[in-house]
Design a protein around this ligand. Structure first.
Ligand code: PLP
Length: 373
């Protein structure tokens, strides 16, 4: 009789998906984890031209086309003034595959992976799929991750700690001082810092900084993607940047599990990264305006809301029964505990939805909040 691997039996379907399945057809969806904007025209054109010119019919190099990896390296030079060798980049099937490669290549059975709780659902699941031990750690009151909490959680068994800024599900942005601390911790404790930067460009105040800029060793690995920055979630194109010895290990997983990222997506990504960046700024401006509308609406309803400075999520504290009351009124929100035990008593709302719909949803939320008070 066949059986299933324990590591797979430990992973269940995301709580987010369960909420979607339970919702009515006409519900207003504030559960969405992707921008509601089109992929920029020049990115689409990059793929179309590559297809028409016959460039996408064959495998690319396992790491991805050299021209895409050069575009990714140029991006790090432009954004953070850090020099990256295009040989130290792997183009992946979205940020998701990049996370998987990092954990597969660095976690031995039973080793611990520290990550924020509440945090992005994949950290726990991918740790289990790597046969590692999840070590969720709580956040500060403002929903950022305190480097001291991470440092205290490190044991001899720790392989990796995850930093995610701007963060899903909280929208919280870590300060430069925190990022410097994360780099120091990775250096001093000789543990790997996996910095998940898929929302790096969606920041409303100040700017995103990366622990990668500050580390003195090669103990920081960055993953990012076109998914959120260029509204390209369907294209499935991300990457991992690390030192050569780490990239060569991750390539062993990528080569056998994936061969290479989809060629049309690679050409679209190259065009997105090298073309005009105005569409990104327009999208970020729209998210900031909506963030303000949502913050005002939730505060007017009497909820306590840590102010999010990035991504497109907000995570208010909510009274018991609130999520059910809101869902009953056909507004989809995700209960905070879908993102970890410490998410209980919170809810995640995404504002990747038009302003008029957001206003309608906020009126319903006000009504639901009064009903459960
Ligand atoms: C924090 C975080 N990291 C990684 C990902 C994965 O992104 P991708 O769609 O590029 O696989 C997501 C997607 O929601 C995310 O929120």
């Amino acid at each position: 009789m066949t059986t299933f691997a324990d590591r797979v039996e430990q992973v269940s379907i995301s709580g987010i998906r369960k909420v979607f399945e339970a919702a009515g057809e006409d519900a207003i969806n504030l559960g969405i984890g992707q921008p509601d904007f089109p992929t920029p025209a020049h990115a689409r054109r990059g793929a179309i031209e590559a297809i028409e010119n016959g460039l996408t019919d064959a495998y690319t190099s396992n790491k991805g086309t050299l021209s895409l990896r050069e575009a990714i390296a140029a991006k790090y030079d432009r954004d953070y003034d850090v020099a990256i060798d295009p040989g130290d980049v792997i183009a992946t099937s979205g940020g998701s595959e990049a996370l998987h490669l990092v954990l597969q290549a660095h976690v031995d059975p039973g080793e611990e992976v520290i990550f924020p709780d509440p945090g992005f659902v994949s950290y726990d699941a991918l740790t289990r799929i790597a046969d590692g031990t999840p070590k969720p750690v709580p956040l500060r009151d403002d929903l950022t991750l305190d480097p001291a909490t991470v440092e205290d959680a490190i044991t001899d068994e720790t392989a990796v700690f995850v930093v995610n800024s701007p963060a899903n599900p909280t929208g919280a942005v870590q300060s430069e001082a925190d990022m410097r601390e994360f780099a120091r911790i990775a250096d001093e404790h000789d543990v790997l810092c996996l910095t998940d930067e898929v929302y790096e460009h969606i920041v409303f105040e100040g700017e995103h900084r990366s622990p990668f800029e500050f580390a003195e060793t090669d103990n920081v690995v960055v993953i990012s993607a076109c998914s959120k920055t260029y509204s390209m979630t369907g294209w499935r194109l991300g990457w991992v940047v690390a030192s050569n010895r780490r990239i060569e290990r991750m390539l062993r997983v990528h080569q056998y599990a994936q061969a290479c990222a989809s060629a049309p997506a690679q050409y679209a990504a190259e065009a997105a990264l090298t073309g005009p960046q105005e569409p990104v700024q327009e999208m970020v401006d729209a998210f900031e305006r909506r963030r303000n509308v949502v913050l005002d609406g939730l505060e007017d309803a009497g909820l306590e809301v840590p102010k999010p400075n990035g991504a497109f999520y907000v995570m208010p504290k909510v009274p018991e029964g609130w999520c059910e009351a809101v869902l009953d009124r056909d507004v989809i929100v995700v209960p905070g505990d879908a993102f970890g035990a410490n998410g209980e008593g919170y809810a995640r709302l995404s504002y990747a939805t038009g302003t008029e719909e957001l206003k309608d949803a906020l009126a319903i939320i006000d009504d639901a909040t009064q009903a459960v008070r």
